[in-house]
Unconditional design. Structure first.
Length: 473
C-alpha cells in the first residue's frame, strides 16, 4: 500500500492530509468511497438546513389561525427575512470550510439550527408574542440557509472536475428537497400532539379545533441532533482545502463570477423565492383552497430537477442547458398571467398550480446547470491563468479548486437573495395594485435579459474555450 493510501484510509473521522481526486488510481482505490460518504452526510445535513430555512413559509400562513393578528405585508415579510439573512450570511459561511474544515463546520452549523427551532416552538404558543420576536426568529432561520454555501464549497473539494456537476447537483438538489419535505411534514406534524410531554399544548382555533403549530419547528430538533453527530463522526476535513481569507477574496476580482452570479440569481433565486412565497401568494389569489395541501409539490419538483440539471449539464454542457432553460422560464412566467383571477373573479387554480410547477421545474434545472457552469468555467480560467504565469499543473489545479469553492459561496449568497426579493415583490405588487401581475412582469423581463446574457457572453463562445461539457471519467 502506498503512503498516500495509508494517510487517507487511517483517520476516517479526522483530517486527510493528501487528496488527489484527479488521479484515476487514487480516485478508484480510495477517493471515491470517502467522497461519497461525505456527500451523503452533507446531503442529509443540507436537507435539514433547507427545512429550517423555509419554516416560515409553512408557519406564517397559520399564525393568524392561532390568535395572532398580523397583516398580509407582515406575513410576507416573515417568509422573506430568512432569505435575506441567509443570503448575507452565505458570504462568511463560504470562507469557513477552508478556514475550519468541512467536518467541523458542518457539525457546528447544523447544531446551531436547533436554536431557532426551539424558540419558534415556544413563541407560537403565546398569541401575545410581539411581531419583533418573530422577526428575530425569522432572521435566525437564515443561518440555516447560509449552510448551503459552506456545504457546496466543501463537496466541491472532494470530487474530480469531471464529476462536479453530478456531485454538486446531488448535494444541492437533495438539499433543496428539504423545502418540500418541510412543507409536507409540517402540516401533518401540527395536526396532532406529538410533543405534549415537552410543553406543546396546542392552540385553539375559531372552529374549536386545536392546532399544534409548535410541532412545525420542534419536529426537526431530534433530526438535527442526529445530523450533528453524523457530521462530526462521519465526515472528513481536507488539509488540501485549507486557504487563507485573502487568497479566497481574490475571486472578487473575476468578472465572470459576477456574471454567473446574476444567472444563478435567476435560477436558484427563483426556486427559493417561489418556495418562500408561493403559499402566501396562492392564498391571496385563491383563498378557498387549502394551499398547504399543494405547496410541497413545487419545491419537490424543483429539487429533483436540480440533480437532473447537474447531470444533464455534465453530458450536454451547462451553457446549452442554461440557455434553453431561461427561454422556458420566460415562456412559463408569461403563461402565468392567463391563470390569475381579475378583481377576485375567475382565474384557474389548476392552471396556476400547473404553470408554477413548470416554473419550479425549470428553476431547479437551471440551478443545477448554472452551478455546473460556475465550477467548470472558473476552474478553467484559473488553470489557464496559473499556467500562463509559469505555475505547475498541480499548483494550477489547487488554485482552481480554491477559487471555484470561494466563488460558489459568493454566488450562492447572491442567488439566495431571490428568496427575499420575490416574496417582497409579490407583497408590494399586491399592496399597490391588488394583483401580483406587476411583480411577474419584472420576472419576465429579468429572464429575457438572462437569455441574452447567456448567449452573448457564453453561448457564442461555446466551442472556443468556455464550453462546459466535460468528458466522461
Amino acid at each position: 500500500m502506498n503512503p498516500l493510501t495509508r494517510t487517507i484510509s487511517a483517520p476516517r473521522g479526522s483530517v486527510i492530509e493528501e487528496w488527489q481526486p484527479e488521479q484515476p488510481e487514487f480516485w478508484r482505490a480510495d477517493g471515491q468511497p470517502i467522497a461519497r460518504r461525505n456527500l451523503w452526510i452533507s446531503i442529509y445535513c443540507l436537507l435539514l438546513a433547507f427545512c429550517v430555512w423555509m419554516l416560515f413559509s409553512a408557519v406564517a400562513v397559520n399564525l393568524n389561525k392561532v390568535g395572532f393578528h398580523f397583516t398580509t405585508d407582515q406575513l410576507f415579510l416573515l417568509t422573506a427575512l430568512p432569505a435575506a439573512s441567509g443570503a448575507i450570511l452565505r458570504v462568511p459561511y463560504s470562507f469557513m470550510v477552508p478556514l475550519m474544515g468541512g467536518r467541523r463546520w458542518t457539525a457546528i452549523s447544523t447544531l446551531f439550527m436547533v436554536i431557532p427551532c426551539l424558540w419558534l416552538g415556544v413563541a407560537v404558543q403565546d398569541p401575545h408574542t410581539p411581531f419583533g420576536v418573530f422577526v428575530t426568529i425569522s432572521l435566525l432561520c437564515g443561518f440555516a440557509g447560509a449552510n448551503f454555501a459552506s456545504s457546496m464549497a466543501n463537496i466541491s473539494f472532494f470530487f474530480p472536475k469531471a464529476m462536479q456537476g453530478s456531485a454538486l447537483g446531488l448535494n444541492g438538489g437533495m438539499g433543496n428537497l428539504g423545502v418540500s419535505v418541510m412543507q409536507l411534514v409540517a402540516p401533518l406534524a401540527i395536526s396532532w400532539s406529538m410533543f405534549s410531554f415537552f410543553g406543546g399544548s396546542g392552540q385553539l382555533q375559531a372552529d374549536g379545533s386545536r392546532l399544534w403549530l409548535e410541532n412545525a419547528a420542534w419536529v426537526w430538533v431530534p433530526l438535527l441532533l442526529i445530523a450533528t453527530l453524523a457530521a462530526w463522526f462521519g465526515m472528513n476535513d481536507l488539509a488540501t482545502a485549507r486557504a487563507s481569507l485573502g487568497r479566497q477574496l481574490l475571486v472578487l476580482k473575476r468578472g465572470h463570477m459576477w456574471i454567473l452570479s446574476l444567472l444563478y440569481l435567476a435560477t436558484f433565486g427563483s426556486f427559493i423565492g417561489f418556495s418562500a412565497g408561493f403559499a402566501m401568494l396562492a392564498k391571496t389569489q385563491f383563498p378557498a383552497m387549502q394551499i398547504l395541501h399543494y405547496a410541497f409539490f413545487g419545491p419537490f419538483v424543483g429539487a429533483l430537477a436540480r440533480s437532473a440539471g447537474g447531470a444533464l449539464s455534465d453530458r450536454l454542457g451547462g451553457i446549452r442547458v442554461t440557455l434553453g432553460n431561461f427561454i422556458l422560464m420566460a415562456v412559463f412566467v408569461a403563461l402565468l398571467f392567463l391563470t390569475l383571477p381579475s378583481q377576485g373573479q375567475g382565474g384557474s387554480f389548476v392552471g396556476f398550480l400547473g404553470v408554477f410547477l413548470l416554473l419550479f421545474l425549470t428553476a431547479g434545472l437551471g440551478s443545477g446547470s448554472t452551478f455546473q457552469m460556475i465550477t467548470v468555467i472558473l476552474r478553467r480560467l484559473a488553470v489557464s491563468r496559473v499556467l500562463a504565469q509559469g505555475g505547475s499543473g498541480e499548483e494550477a489545479q489547487r488554485e482552481a479548486a480554491t477559487e471555484s469553492a470561494a466563488a460558489l459561496g459568493f454566488i450562492s449568497a447572491i442567488g439566495a437573495a431571490g428568496g427575499f426579493f420575490i416574496p417582497q415583490a409579490f407583497g408590494m405588487s399586491l399592496a399597490l395594485t391588488g394583483s401580483p401581475a406587476g411583480a411577474m412582469k419584472l420576472f419576465l423581463v429579468f429572464y429575457v435579459v438572462c437569455v441574452l446574457i447567456t448567449w452573448f457572453v457564453y453561448g457564442r463562445n461555446i466551442n472556443h474555450g468556455l464550453a462546459t461539457k466535460k468528458p466522461r471519467p
